[in-house]
Design a protein around this ligand. Structure first.
Ligand code: GDP
Length: 296
C-alpha cells in the first residue's frame, strides 16, 4: 500500500551500493514500484502512467549526492514530481472583483457541497472580511434550501430568503440582484446535486453559469470515492468551466489517490480540502502534505 512507498523505493535502491549517476535499469525498476503504489491508491491509470514517465525522465542520469543513498535520491525525485502534479501553489479564491463576485459550487449529491459552501462562506467572512450571501439552488431536494439556512445561522452568514417554487436560474438571478442592492461582496451559489452526472444536471449548471457569470466555479468531490471521483470530475469538466476543486473528507482518506488525479483530469488546482464535519474544518490545499502522505 501507499504507506510505505518510501521504504519500497529505498528497498529497491539499497540493494545497489554504487554511487554516481542513477542508471536507467535501476530507475525503471523503482518506478514499477511507484506505478503499482499509485494504482493501489486509486490514481487513474493515465495519470499514473504520465506521472511515472515524467519522474523516470527526471531520475535517469541524475548524479547521486554524497550525503544521500540512491534510494533517498529517488524518493526525493518522486516527492517533487508529486508536488508538481498536485499543483505547487495554493490559490485563494478570486473574489476581489467588481462586487458581487459569484462563486458557484458544483458537485454530486453527498459530496459535501452544502457543508463546503457554508465553510467557505465562514472563511471568506472571517479571514477576508467579506460580506457574503449564500443561496441554495437545490429545488430537487425539499430540505436542501433549509439545510443551507441552518448552516448559515451557525456560521453567522446570511442566506437568501427562500421563495417556494422558484426555479434554480431565477433563484441565482435573485441572489445576485439582492447582493447588488445590499452591497454584498460575494455570492455563493450552492447548486443542486444529483446521484450521477447527467444531461439535465449539466444543462442546469450551464444555465446558472450563463445567468450569473461566476468568477469561480468550484467542483466539490469526495476524496473517499477514488476512481468515481475522477469520473465525476471528467463529467463536470466537460460541460462546466471549472476554476478549482475542493476535496472533501480528506480527514478520512489515508491514500490521497483522488487528489493526484484531480488536477490532471480537470486542469484546475485543488484549492481547498475538507477535513471534518465542523464549519471550521476547511483548509487551503497543501500539495506538500499530500505528497508526504502518499510517500508515507
Ligand atoms: P451535499 O449533498 O453534497 O450538499 O453534502 P453535505 O454537505 O450535506 O454533506 C454530506 C455529509 O458529509 C454531511 O454529514 C457532512 O457533515 C459530511 N462532510 C462534508 N464535508 C466533510 C469533510 O470534509 N469531512 C468529513 N468527515 N465529513 C464531511
Amino acid at each position: 500500500m501507499f504507506d510505505n512507498l518510501s521504504d519500497r523505493l529505498s528497498g529497491v535502491f539499497d540493494k545497489l551500493r554504487g554511487r554516481g549517476a542513477l542508471s536507467e535499469t535501476d530507475v525503471r525498476s523503482a518506478m514499477r514500484e511507484v506505478r503499482v503504489a499509485l494504482l493501489e491508491a486509486d490514481v487513474a491509470l493515465p495519470v499514473a502512467r504520465d506521472f511515472v514517465d515524467k519522474a523516470t525522465e527526471k531520475a535517469i542520469g541524475q548524479e547521486v549526492l554524497r550525503s544521500v543513498t540512491p534510494g533517498q535520491m529517488v524518493v526525493k525525485i518522486v516527492h517533487d514530481q508529486l508536488v508538481e502534479t498536485l499543483g505547487a501553489d495554493t490559490s485563494e479564491l478570486r473574489v476581489d472583483v467588481n462586487p458581487p463576485a459569484v462563486v458557484m459550487m458544483v458537485g454530486l449529491q453527498g459530496s459535501g457541497k452544502t457543508t463546503t459552501t457554508a465553510k467557505l462562506a465562514k472563511r471568506l467572512t472571517e479571514k477576508q472580511r467579506k460580506k457574503v450571501l449564500m443561496a441554495s439552488l437545490d429545488v430537487a431536494r425539499p430540505a436542501a434550501q433549509e439545510q443551507l439556512a441552518v448552516l448559515g445561522r451557525q456560521a453567522s452568514v446570511d442566506t437568501l430568503p427562500i421563495i417556494a417554487g422558484q426555479q434554480p436560474v431565477d433563484i441565482a438571478r435573485r441572489a445576485v440582484q439582492a447582493a447588488r442592492l445590499q452591497a454584498y461582496d460575494v455570492v455563493l451559489l450552492d447548486t443542486a446535486g444529483r446521484l450521477h452526472v447527467d444531461e439535465q444536471l449539466m444543462g442546469e449548471m450551464k444555465a446558472v453559469a450563463a445567468a450569473t457569470s461566476p468568477t469561480e466555479t468550484l467542483l466539490v468531490v469526495d476524496s473517499l470515492t477514488g476512481q468515481d471521483a475522477v469520473n465525476v470530475a471528467k463529467g463536470f469538466a466537460a460541460d462546466v468551466d471549472l476554476t478549482g476543486v475542493v476535496l472533501t473528507r480528506l480527514d478520512g482518506d489515508a491514500r490521497g489517490g483522488a487528489a493526484l488525479s484531480m488536477r490532471a483530469v480537470t486542469g484546475q488546482p485543488i484549492k481547498f480540502a475538507g477535513v471534518g464535519e465542523g464549519l471550521e474544518a476547511l483548509e487551503a490545499f497543501h500539495p506538500e502534505r499530500i505528497a508526504g502522505r502518499i510517500l508515507g
